[in-house]
Structures are given as structure tokens and as C-alpha cells.
Design a protein around this ligand. Structure first.
Ligand code: COA
Ligand code: AMP
Length: 621
């Protein structure tokens, strides 16, 4: 077997041969004769992603193997679904969608908690060649409405409620409010009634999930072009309007299947657990598609790292289900560490089957790395990627060659990704020098081909800044050994507890408050969540309001319109915002001040007194 350097070189120098070989891991209805054409992967291939993730394993005699283990401490449920059972449930659910008029190419919005039906819904869409767009349950009605209006779904699939440790979250009123606010009208909503809180159905529009599925005939897999879309996943950009990242069928199946063995070292039949949510890309790729494409058993966990019921929750799941690979966000490990610093809860469980802990979603800080490494005594692997890329750009590819880990670094570029760190003039930065992290084109299979209905924004956001390169939006550097260090976003996207959020969408909501003249939201370093949003607001002249009341009102407003997941709790009233003479808010400088870092006063500043005012406001009374 070749080592990392050799595999990486092949993938960059001969991408067509490399990915043609990887494509052999997928069952095609029409095998691709062409590997790339017009910037797309496998343009003449045809396949069905659901067939590859589900039916093919049943056909190969693995129908009795567990496909999915649903472990839900918040409802006290553990349920195993075999590949054969999954196929039957997906086929019936696809039949229901077909009865509702859903055809290949139609969009379906999925707004659901972490229940098996959410996975079934995604696969049922894939089975028909329909395009799902999953919206994370922690987003509020307004965010859902924006996505419904952009995706224009024929059908919305949802549930009566989600269950958070401290409360039952009624989803249906959020969906109703979103539909009332949206201009687009889906033909039908299908609602999964959960016993914890049943929802009222709107006659003529809403259907009961269980009844509708029971009445349906199973549907078969529809063959689609490799370049046809599998899903749209909205992610935060720098404006309030989210970006609809498009994923195709062929490149996605090939890349994800390849990644399971080569990046994660996972073999068919093993239990693989990504402790994330199906609403995020990690959930799409590594709860649903990749483990199933690879014939693994995936774990669907409806709970938290702490509080459900204790900081041993993850270790219980690992031990009882025989998890070999665990993937989560550093913030989850920090939450466990905070409540169980000595790791006493981990010691209660037999974790000897766990081979790797992979972390992503934000930078793995060295403290958390050291704590988890010494607790578990296994490799703790930071790896870096984004919604846009769909799978890791940089990782220690343990299935190829396990490279020595360096704390603070997600190791090296994954085969297929030609990572280059560039200076503002587009020249490659020497080792140790920070720049914009980019990927030299072409992007490998699985990466986004475009943004849904917005080719111009795709080009503007990712391709125009450095011609011939994809702009990741992250800053970082490479060291003398070729290890990459990703230090943080260079735009206005923030990362709260591994959740990617747009400060722009929070600013829009804050600006709608009647007493606010202008505002800026920035991400401030937080020990547990990585970053937390803080709003700086200037009140309208004459608005003599108590700052504490303003903070309370804005907190409620952001919670209501963006969602609780934004964790927005601090709003500081200031007399003015620091701006350049051309009116641009100096966010980077504000961030440095809020994080207590040294800062320089930019020469372009309009009013130098604005900066000390921010510093005073951050310090508080
Ligand atoms: N539906 C409805 N509400 C949700 C929700 C969902 N699916 N997910 C989160 N929320 C709510 C929470 O109830 C919480 O509300 P609150 O303000 O009333 O407490 C708020 O959104 C923030 O949630 P969360 O980010 O989960 O923070 P937390 O303080 O409850 O827990 C952690 C902190 C670190 C335990 C938690 O963030 C975590 O497990 N993070 C892992 C992140 C992750 O998996 N990221 C995916 C990328 S790999
Ligand atoms: P998302 O699209 O939600 O997956 O968020 C992607 C962003 O999260 C990236 O652009 C990074 O800013 C950040 N991120 C994810 N993983 C890492 C990592 N391992 N190291 C540093 N930043 C990360």
C-alpha cells in the first residue's frame, strides 16, 4: 500500500485516474465513461444514491445488519433499524412523496428533530431523485421561511416537536409561522406526530406522517444523472440571505464512500457515530450518507454531551453500541471536560473498542486535544472542512497512513484538495506566514458545483477573489513540515458551539428594533462555545432607554427570529460604531478589542474615539 505522500501526489497529478478508480466503489446504472467535463464530475454517469446507501447492501446479503441505531436519552428510546427494514421504510416513504406529486428534480424541505424518520425522509427524496433541503431544528420561523421561499418545496416534511433537555420544542407552530411569512406555498406538509406533544393539523394542507406512509405503495429507485442535485443545504454567508450549497449525486457518492475507508479508516460492518445533527453538513455527510454508502452502522443520537443525563452520555453510547469511530465538535468535548474534568464518567464505561476520535466544526484547541487524548488514549484527530466542501479538506487520513499529530493542526491536505495559502496579491505564503486558505481548482468530487439559483453569487463568493482558486473564507498557514493550521474565518461568519451563523442575519433582526439606529454583531471568544455573538447598538436620537431593557428585548428578538441556537445574550449600547471614513464598520478591530487582543487604530478611521468606547463597553460597568 502506498503512503500518504504518494496517494496525495497521484490525486493532484492524475485526478481523473484517481477518481475513476474511486468511482468503482459505487454501483452505477450507467458507468461514467468520462471522469470530468465542463467542470463537473462523471458527467455521463447515472446512479441512484439511495440504492447505493441502502438497497445494494440488502442485495449483497447484508439486510439483517444494523443500518442505524437510534439512541435517544431524551425520550428513553434505543431502536435498531436493519438495512432491510430501512429499505422498506424508505421505499414506503418515497411512495408517499410520489403520491403527493414529488418527482425527480422537485425540492422537499425537511424540518425535523433527530429521529429515524429524518434520515428516512432524506433517503426517500434521494430514492425519487428529488432534492431535499434540511433545515436545522434550532432555527426559528423566519430562517425557515427564508429557506422555504428560496427552495420552493413541493412538500414540507416535519414533526410535531423536538426534545431539548429542559423543554419540548413545538415545531409545528414554528412551521406554521414560517409558512405564514413565506410567499411560497408548498402543496402539502406531512407531520410526524410524536407522543411527547401532538400537533394540530391544518385540514387540506397537513397530513399525518404515519397514516400517509401506511397508505403508500413502495417506490423504487429512480436513476438520475451523476450531475443532478441530491440536496441543497443552506449555510450562513456574510449577508442575511443564506447560501444554498448544492450537492450532486455522483461526485458526492464517490467522494464520501472513498472518505470512509481512507480518511476515517472505517470498514463495512463497523459502528460509526457522528454526534452532530442532520441539519448540518456533518449530519448529512457522516450521520446519513457516508456511513450508509460504506455499509457501516450509523448512530443517530438525540441528546447532548452533558445533561442527558450526565457527562458520561457519549461514553455510554460508545460502549453500549460498540462505536469504533466517534466524530463530534470540540465544543462537545469542552462541555464534557467542564462537568467531568477528571474523566470519572468515562472510566465507568468500557471504551476499549473506540479507535479514533475525530473532531471538526471549529478549530480543536490544544487544551481540549491534550485532555481528550490523555482521557481516551487513542488518536484525537482534528480535521477541517465546510458545508461547501461536503467532506474533509485537511485531516490525518488514518486509512492511508497515520501521520504524527500536531496539536492545533488538522494535519495535511486530504487527497484531492490542492490547498494553497495565499497573500493578498495571490502569491503563495512561505511557511509560517498567515494568509487566505484556498484550494487550487479543480475541486474534487463531492464539493459544491454551485449555489442553488445563484451562479453569480457562487462566482462572487468563492472564485473571483483569487482566480483559479476556491476561497474557503478561512485564514491560516502551513508549517515547514507541510502541516496546515486553520485559525479562523476572515469574513463575518461566526462559529457558536460548532454551529455556523451569520452575524449579518442577527444584525438584520436587531436593526428591526424600533429604537435601534445601527448595529454591529461580532463573534467574541468563549471558553465553552468557541465564540459567542455580541451586539453593539447605537440607539436612535431621543430614545432614552435603559440599556438593560434594550439587551433583554434584543435577546428575545434574536431568539425569536434567528433561533435559540444563536445563543445571543449580550447587546451593548454605544454612542457610535467605529467606522472607516467610507462608512465600513471596523469589525476586525472590534473583535480584537472584545477578545482583549492588542489592536492598532486604522488610519482610515472616521472617529478614533469610537474604539476606546468599544473597549469600555466590553469591560462593562
Ligand atoms: N431544536 C430546537 N432548539 C435547539 C435545537 C434543536 N434542534 N438545538 C439546539 N437548540 C437550542 C437549545 O435548546 C438551546 O436553547 P436554550 O437557549 O433555551 O438553552 C440553544 O438552542 C443553544 O443550543 P446548543 O448550541 O445545543 O447549546 P447548549 O448550551 O444547549 O449546549 C453544547 C452546549 C456544547 C453541549 C452543545 O452546543 C453541543 O452539543 N454542541 C455540539 C455541536 C455540534 O454537534 N455541532 C455540529 C457540527 S459537528
Ligand atoms: P460549516 O460550514 O458549518 O461546517 O462551518 C465551516 C467552518 O467551520 C469553516 O469554514 C471553519 O471556519 C470552521 N471549521 C470547521 N472545522 C474546523 C477545523 N477543524 N479547524 C478550524 N476551523 C474549522
Amino acid at each position: 500500500m502506498s503512503g500518504y505522500d504518494e496517494v496525495y501526489r497521484q490525486s493532484i497529478e492524475q485526478p481523473e485516474a484517481f477518481w475513476a478508480e474511486a468511482a468503482l466503489g459505487i454501483e452505477w446504472d450507467v458507468a461514467p465513461a468520462t471522469v470530468t467535463g465542463d467542470g463537473r464530475w462523471f458527467p455521463d454517469g447515472r446512479l441512484n444514491t439511495c440504492h447505493n446507501a441502502v438497497d445494494r447492501h440488502v442485495a449483497a446479503g447484508h439486510g439483517g445488519q444494523a443500518a442505524l441505531i437510534y439512541d435517544s436519552p431524551v425520550t428513553g428510546t434505543v431502536r435498531t433499524v436493519t438495512y432491510a427494514e430501512l429499505r422498506d421504510e424508505v421505499a414506503k416513504t418515497a411512495g408517499m412523496l410520489r403520491d403527493l406529486g414529488v418527482e425527480a428534480g422537485d425540492t422537499v424541505v425537511v424540518y425535523m428533530p433527530m429521529v429515524p424518520e429524518a434520515v428516512v425522509a432524506m433517503l426517500a427524496c434521494a430514492r425519487l431523485g428529488a432534492v431535499h433541503s434540511v433545515v436545522f431544528g434550532g432555527f426559528a420561523a423566519r430562517e425557515l421561511a427564508v429557506r422555504i421561499d428560496h427552495a420552493e418545496p413541493k412538500v414540507v416534511l416535519s414533526a410535531s416537536c423536538g426534545i431539548e433537555p429542559a423543554r419540548v420544542v413545538a415545531y409545528k407552530p414554528l412551521l406554521d409561522a414560517a409558512l405564514a411569512a413565506a410567499a411560497h406555498r408548498p402543496a402539502r406538509c406531512v407531520i410526524l406526530q410524536r407522543p411527547q406533544l401532538e400537533a394540530e393539523l391544518v385540514p387540506g394542507r397537513d397530513l399525518d406522517w404515519a397514516q400517509a406512509v401506511r397508505a403508500a405503495e413502495p417506490a423504487g429507485c429512480v436513476s438520475v444523472a451523476a450531475t443532478d442535485p441530491l440536496y441543497i443545504l443552506y449555510t450562513s454567508g456574510t449577508t442575511g440571505l443564506p447560501k444554498g450549497v448544492v450537492r450532486d449525486n455522483g461526485g458526492h457518492a464517490v467522494a464520501l464512500h472513498w472518505s470512509m475507508r481512507n480518511v476515517y479508516g472505517a470498514a463495512p460492518g463497523e459502528v460509526y457515530w457522528a454526534a452532530s445533527d442532520v441539519g448540518w453538513v456533518v449530519g448529512h455527510s457522516y450521520i446519513v450518507y457516508a456511513p450508509l454508502l460504506a455499509g457501516c452502522t450509523t448512530v443517530l443520537y438525540e441528546g447532548k454531551p452533558v445533561g442527558t443525563p450526565d457527562p458520561g452520555a457519549f461514553w455510554r453510547v460508545v460502549a453500549t453500541h460498540g462505536v469504533r469511530t466517534l466524530f463530534t465538535a470540540p465544543t462537545a468535548i469542552r462541555a464534557i471536560k467542564k462537568e467531568d474534568p477528571s474523566g470519572l464518567f468515562a472510566k465507568k464505561w468500557d471504551l476499549s473498542g473506540l479507535r479514533y476520535l475525530f473532531l471538526a466544526g471549529e478549530r480543536l484547541d490544544p487544551d481540549t486535544y491534550h485532555w481528550a487524548s490523555s482521557l481516551l488514549g487513542i488518536p484525537v484527530i482534528d480535521h477541517w472542512w465546510q458545508t461547501e466542501t461536503g467532506w474533509p479538506i485537511a485531516a490525518d487520513c488514518v486509512g492511508i497512513e497515520f501521520l504524527p499529530l500536531k496539536p492545533g493542526s488538522p494535519t495535511k491536505a486530504v487527497p484531492g484538495w490542492d490547498v494553497r495559502v495565499l497573500d493578498p496579491d495571490g502569491r503563495e505564503c512561505p511557511p509560517g506566514v498567515e494568509g487566505a486558505v484556498t484550494v487550487k481548482l479543480p475541486l474534487p468530487p463531492g464539493a459544491l458545483p454551485t449555489l442553488y439559483r445563484d451562479e453569480a453569487r457562487f462566482a462572487r463568493s468563492y472564485l473571483e477573489r483569487y482566480p483559479g482558486h476556491y476561497l474557503t473564507g478561512d485564514g491560516g498557514h502551513v508549517d515547514a513540515d507541510g502541516y496546515l493550521y486553520v485559525m479562523g474565518r476572515i469574513d463575518d461568519v461566526i462559529n457558536v458551539a460548532g454551529h455556523r451563523l451569520s452575524t449579518g442575519s442577527m444584525e438584520e433582526v436587531i436593526a428591526s428594533h424600533p429604537d435601534v439606529a445601527e448595529c454591529a454583531v461580532i463573534g467574541v471568544a468563549d471558553e465553552l462555545k468557541g465564540q459567542l455573538p455580541v451586539g453593539f447598538v447605537v440607539l436612535k436620537a431621543g430614545a432614552a432607554r435603559d440599556p438593560a431593557d434594550i439587551e433583554r428585548e434584543l435577546t428575545a428578538l434574536v431568539r425569536e427570529h434567528v433561533g435559540p441556537v444563536a445563543a445571543f445574550r449580550r447587546a451593548v449600547v454605544v454612542d457610535r460604531l467605529p467606522k472607516t471614513r467610507s462608512g465600513k464598520i471596523l469589525r476586525a478591530t472590534m473583535r480584537d478589542i472584545a477578545d482583549g487582543k492588542p489592536y492598532t487604530t486604522p488610519s482610515t478611521i472616521e472617529d478614533p474615539a469610537a474604539l476606546p468606547e468599544i473597549a469600555r463597553a466590553v469591560e462593562g460597568p
